[in-house]
Design a protein around this ligand. Structure first.
Ligand SMILES: Nc1ncnc2c1ncn2[C@@H]1O[C@H](COP(=O)(O)OP(=O)(O)OP(=O)(O)O)[C@@H](O)[C@H]1O
Ligand SMILES: [Mg+2]
Length: 485
């Protein structure tokens, strides 16, 4: 799709994309300006009025849930007393489930509790999750529509679906229950959390990114944040389909990555930085040696020649830490063609910029910032905080010669994630880094349901790298830089 601007030439990385000559007419922008829509004011939310019947039904439902939670706790205790925990590791899922069912049936009989078949099957699954998995979190981890799981104490579990946060009706029994599950997660990676060491980063068995903070630092109960690991990462085609950017922008980014520009993806938390970085990496040629460095390994590159590194926090005695900077310095001795740092957030910035400046062009990273200009300031701050004393002009000239492109990702109020700006760093004017925006997202209004109306547009500025693109065989037509008016 995007390589239609590339001279026909077979390449592993571009396999599957239709090659069309540069003479081919440019398709009309997929984000043609929307028909003028009347921008209406959103109605003020009205508190739902509950009828007495609804109130009784909801109280009944709450009582039923409390009762189920009580039964589950009791059964869980009995299960732990009766199950041969040492044999659990080797037991198959089916045999363990049938064991749980028979112990539960016996206990329910003793407790004189009668449950219907549906409740019983839910109970069996929850008991299985308690014994083998992460208790109440297990159902959310299996739910494909959930991106993030956020626990604010035992009784409030939020999830993020489609860019929006929602409160679930799933709860832990109490703080002890939540702490037990946290302990299970962190002890599996050889860590411990307690009063003296109240927070921890870890990776779940399925690859999800996990962070927790326990009381007393977490005031109202333990805080847990999980970024779910997606086996099927969103690719460039998916992102274009979801409206994260247009085909024209994708063609431009393909040219930028393939011609080895140094790219920074900037954005706020959960704005899709890592997803964008991962998608952009698909434009790297399959023959290149890529080294990736992350705090928690999330990137999934498609190329064959990839070396992945993950930094490591210090152990309980405060020893054995391997920082991103250590990994980066070591990576430079490992003959990389490109280096990808998952997120630059500290002292590694200086080594990253140096790598970008000294033969590892085509490197990429993400930073936490709200605009391209802000991103540059973040880089300056990180350099200053790493303790390196450098005159501001030298610092800026280092940044401007290292970074070629800043791609700004953003999560808009309606939950959609979009690439709101693509900005090129063009050099220095006096003491200031000069930049030019090539594409941007223009907001035009908002629909009555809160959905944002907008379109992607070119700014009318031709890329400073057009000649480079052409020399490398990416002959982007001038029309992609023309704005829609
Ligand atoms: N354009 C998109 N459309 C729909 N979902 C998206 C899009 N981009 C990212 N996502 C989803 O949003 C979630 C957050 O994305 P991602 O991990 O890339 O964000 P991030 O900016 O790297 O977050 P953090 O700051 O926490 O590292 C993921 O579950 C991802 O699958
Ligand atoms: Mg990320």
């Amino acid at each position: 799709m995007f390589s239609r601007f590339k001279k026909p030439e077979p390449s592993a990385a571009n396999a599957g994309l239709k090659p069309v000559t540069s003479a081919a007419p440019v398709a009309p922008p997929s984000n043609a300006p929307p028909k003028p829509t009347q921008v209406t004011a959103r109605p003020l939310p009205v508190a739902p009025v509950r009828t007495p019947a609804e109130a009784i039904a909801s109280d009944k439902e709450k009582k039923r849930k409390d009762k189920m939670m009580e039964i589950k706790q009791e059964l869980h205790k009995r299960l732990l007393d009766n199950l041969n925990l040492a044999a659990l590791e080797k037991a198959s899922e089916a045999s363990l489930k049938s064991e749980i069912a028979s112990i539960a049936a016996e206990a329910l009989d003793e407790m004189s509790v009668a449950l219907n078949a549906a409740d019983r099957s839910v109970l069996h699954q929850e008991l299985y999750d308690e014994v083998m998995g992460l208790g109440p979190l297990e159902a959310l981890l299996k739910d494909e529509t959930v991106n993030d799981i956020l626990v604010n104490g035992p009784k409030r579990i939020f999830v993020e679906r489609g860019g929006k946060l929602e409160l679930t009706d799933i709860t832990f029994k109490d703080e002890r229950h939540l702490l037990r599950i946290i302990d299970k997660i962190v002890s599996a990676v050889g860590r411990r959390v307690d009063e003296s060491n109240p927070y921890c980063d870890a990776r779940l068995a399925d690859g999800s990114r996990f962070n927790c903070m326990v009381p007393p630092v977490a005031v109202d109960g333990s805080l847990v944040s999980i970024r779910k690991f997606k086996k099927e990462k969103l690719g460039v085609h998916d992102l274009v389909r979801f409206g994260a950017f247009t085909e024209e922008m994708a063609a431009y980014l393909q040219a930028a990555v393939a011609t080895r520009l140094n790219v920074i993806v900037s954005g706020g938390t959960g704005s899709g930085k890592t997803t964008t970085l991962n998608a952009l990496s698909s434009f790297i040629d399959g023959s290149e040696r890529i080294l990736t460095i992350e705090d928690t390994a999330e990137l999934q590159l498609q190329q064959v020649h990839v070396g992945r590194m993950e930094s490591r926090p210090p152990n309980v005695e405060g020893k054995g830490a391997v920082t991103q900077r250590d990994c980066l310095r070591n990576a430079l001795r490992m003959r990389p063609d490109r280096i990808i740092v998952g997120e630059t957030r500290g002292e590694e910035v200086i080594d990253m910029l140096q790598a970008m400046n000294t033969g590892h062009d085509g490197s990429m990273t993400t930073i936490h910032a709200n605009s391209a200009r802000d991103g540059i300031s973040r880089l300056e701050n990180m350099i200053a905080m790493s303790g390196i004393e450098m005159p501001i002009k030298a610092m800026r000239s280092q940044i401007s010669s290292a970074v070629n492109l800043i791609v700004q990702a953003s999560r808009l109020q309606d939950g959609s994630r979009r690439m709101v700006s693509i900005t090129e760093v063009t050099g220095m004017e006096g003491e200031v880094i000069s930049m030019q925006e090539v594409f941007r997202y223009e907001r035009l209004g908002v629909e009555s349901n809160g959905k944002i109306i907008g379109r992607f547009n070119a700014t009318g500025i031709r890329s400073a790298y057009s000649d480079r693109f052409k020399q490398w065989g990416y002959d982007l037509p001038a029309s992609i830089y023309e704005p829609i008016v």
